[in-house]
Design a protein around this ligand. Structure first.
Ligand SMILES: [Fe+2]
Length: 317
């Protein structure tokens, strides 16, 4: 690694064109105060700017997303980040693939490349610092020796504060087309899939097992936002805190197979979810991940409670 005056060069796969990070998401909801409450209680650092909610994590400078006001909850766009010397090549790629460039949404100040994906969703590729991790996220399990108590008093359990956005799972009308679009245009790679029901994609310059994933539905939408935490205790404490605040619907604790992460999903006021996620698999820039196509019943989760009946319902449809 090269360190110049404290700057650590981000990991990069040489000679290949691909986005390096999911920079931020944007969606709208009918009630910003409800969103402020939900994401604040979830442990995120929620602020306000120009009529939008800004969603940060504590102790991290990156802006992971913005939430605006709209008639009903609706996914608006995702912005991906690329290296400075790749942006021109992305412009050439769009042109070669006859993908029309469009203007940024009204009120968004951007010099990135904007276009529509296979489902008509707005996507941006812009130049920004790599916010996806350069190494596997830290995960801890504290074990104490005999003669000592391992658990803190319940009153001493710290609040859960996610460290960063881990990934976003979107609904799509066509998983196959989503894989094709996001691999060929954005240069991502398929990590694993389960037929035409769900697919997980990673960034080529070092990223978690999935930066973005797609689940089949009759319309686009956001299924969940996933937030990285460092332990099972943090997942449990977060879930308990949300339960105490009235957010009593969700799914967890469990462990996924594809991505391997421990999870607990908390249902938001609009029927989608925010996920506490820990210990997700990591795919370094130099790694060619040996993914596969897996049977749904053998790959959705390794263990956990029964899946709520409407867990994969798209309330944006
Ligand atoms: Fe997830």
């Amino acid at each position: 690694m090269t360190a110049i005056q404290g700057f650590i060069k981000p990991s990069r796969r040489p000679g290949e064109l691909g986005i390096h990070s999911l920079d931020h998401f944007h969606f709208v909801v009918p009630d910003l105060a409800a969103a402020q409450n939900f994401y604040g209680e979830f442990g995120l650092n929620v602020g306000e700017r120009d009529g939008l909610l800004t969603i940060n994590t504590f102790d991290h400078p990156h802006l992971w997303g913005t939430v605006g006001e709209g008639a009903r909850k609706k996914y608006s766009y995702i912005s991906f980040a690329a290296f400075d010397d790749d942006i021109e090549k992305f412009g050439e790629r769009l042109q070669a693939m006859r993908i029309a460039r469009v203007d940024p949404p009204r009120g968004v100040d951007s010099n990135g490349l904007w276009f529509h994906d296979h489902d008509g969703n707005l996507v941006e590729i812009k130049v920004a610092a790599k916010s996806s991790p350069d190494e596997k996220s830290r995960f801890s399990f504290k074990e104490v020796g005999p003669g000592r108590r391992g658990a803190p008093l319940r009153s001493a359990m710290p609040r859960t504060r996610p460290r960063r956005l881990a990934h976003v799972l979107l609904f799509t009308r066509d998983v196959r087309k989503a894989i094709e679009f996001y691999t060929r245009v954005l240069g991502m790679r398929l990590s694993d899939r389960s037929g035409d029901n769900i697919a997980f994609l990673h960034g080529i310059h070092g990223s978690d097992h999935h930066m973005i994933a797609f689940a089949r539905s009759e319309a686009p939408g956001i299924h969940h936002l996933s937030w990285d935490v460092g332990s099972i205790d943090e997942i449990g404490a977060g879930a308990m805190h949300m339960l105490g605040k009235g957010y009593d619907k969700g799914w967890g604790l469990g462990r996924h197979v594809l991505g391997s992460n421990f999870f607990h999903y908390v249902r938001d006021p609009w029927g989608s979810y925010s996920e506490y996620s820990a210990d997700i698999d990591y795919i370094p820039a130099a790694c060619d991940w040996a993914g596969g196509d897996h049977e749904p019943e053998d790959s959705f989760y390794a263990w956990g409670p029964n899946v709520p009946e409407d867990f994969v319902r798209n309330f944006e449809a």
